[in-house]
Design a protein around this ligand. Structure first.
Ligand code: SF4
Ligand code: SF4
Length: 376
């Protein structure tokens, strides 16, 4: 079961120092019965479990939360020492990453990041005045993100698109460009958990986000900000993945995602889940102490099971080569966003068909997602 795992997430704490209006984790964070911080022994046992079972040469380890900078520096130093020990023992290479809201990046944390080559994924929903419509203290987050960028420790920025900022996509892209923050992911908001106070985005609004992003990347020939979801869609539009590639390139953008197959998470108490969005009881895979193989397989079957529509419509859909097929973890709770993403994908595909192919190729070539194949 764990032999293909190449990315493991540690929920080092369930606590957070922010209270974003769309956060789907609020209920879990306020659960008084859970241990709010991962004990070192749990972290070590989890590392040992994955390193001794995965056959992959390289493992990416992501520190997540809550807000992972609330965990102590000493805890990180001790766990990283143990990770290095396990990596040597099992002859594996390791990439370390940490996903942060960047509110609390002390000099000591910067030292930790530098010393251990930790790459930081940040969150910012646009310029501070737009960011603060759903998050808080955008100025603080921005200045810390720029500090991380200056020392080459920034991986990319996630910007969640909700009904509060979906009409400002061009302003957001220009802002990131001005800041030199070129690696960006627009995550379309799902109305789930406590986040369901915000309404789902309509198909028209989602399409407008894609189109405005595409037009911005066209205006910079793909050399300015590279937004991940649109870059992936245009790359797949030019070079649809083969069946074999679809099965080996599992990620959040493929028909069947990597949850529980290449990717796994461990919460503060040692419970295992397929990914950060499927960390609810019905998707619990087991614990670091005990995994039942049949149960693990059953959970993954349940998570990855496609609706009837997939067999009936998706296989013959003209837009299926660029489709991300929505997040299966949110399938039941927010079917509206799933439906709207489907509709928006089709409209965007038709929009791309009207665009000159050489222009799309030029934009795609500027991104890391383009494979540079000859197009037909
Ligand atoms: S666009 Fe809709 S119908 Fe087409 S493949 Fe995607 S989910 Fe299926
Ligand atoms: S369940 Fe959703 S968030 Fe998790 S890996 Fe799959 S697509 Fe991505």
């Amino acid at each position: 079961m764990l032999k293909n795992i190449n990315e493991m997430h540690l929920y080092v704490t369930s606590r957070c120092n922010m209270n974003c209006s769309y956060c789907s984790d609020v209920i879990k964070r306020t659960n008084p019965s859970g241990n709010p911080f991962m004990d070192l022994d749990i972290g070590k046992k989890y590392v040992e479990l994955i390193f001794s079972n995965s056959t992959r040469d390289r493992i990416t380890i992501v520190f997540h939360g809550g807000e992972p900078t609330l965990q102590s520096l000493k805890w990180y130093q001790q766990l990283i020492e143990y990770i290095e020990f396990q990596a040597r023992n099992h002859n594996k290479k390791v990439n370390l990453a940490l996903q942060s809201n960047c509110m609390r990046i002390s000099d000591e944390f910067i030292e930790l990041f530098n010393k251990n080559k930790i790459i930081i994924g940040a969150s910012l929903d646009g310029p501070p005045e737009i960011n603060d419509l759903t998050r808080v203290n955008g100025e603080v987050a921005l200045s810390n993100i720029l500090r991380l960028q200056a020392i080459n420790r920034l991986g990319g920025v996630i910007c969640v698109i909700t009904d509060k900022n979906c009409n400002d996509v061009e302003t957001i892209l220009r802002f990131f460009e001005k800041c030199g923050l070129n690696s960006l992911s627009f995550n379309i908001f799902y109305s789930v958990g406590e986040g369901n106070k915000l309404p789902p985005l309509s198909a028209k609004k989602i399409f407008e986000v894609y189109k405005t992003t595409y037009e911005y990347m066209r205006s910079t020939s793909g050399k300015g900000v590279k937004e991940r979801s649109v870059s992936i869609m245009i790359s797949k539009f030019l070079n649809p993945l083969s069946k074999e590639e679809l099965l080996t390139n599992l990620n959040c953008y493929s028909p069947f995602c990597h949850a529980g197959i290449f990717n796994i998470i461990c919460d503060t108490e040692g419970n295992l889940f397929p990914c950060g969005c499927s960390d609810v009881l019905k998707f619990k895979l087991g614990t670091i102490h005990s995994i039942d193989k049949q149960h693990y397989v059953n959970v993954l079957k349940m998570l990855h099971k496609k609706s009837e529509k997939y067999d009936k419509s998706c296989s013959s859909c003209f837009a299926n080569s660029i489709c991300s097929f929505s997040c299966p973890a949110f399938h039941e709770e927010d079917p509206i966003t799933e439906r709207n993403l489907c509709e928006a994908t089709k409209i965007f595909y038709q929009f791309l068909e009207e665009e000159p192919r050489e222009i799309i190729t030029e934009i795609a070539s500027g991104t890391e997602f383009y494979r540079g194949k000859q197009t037909h």
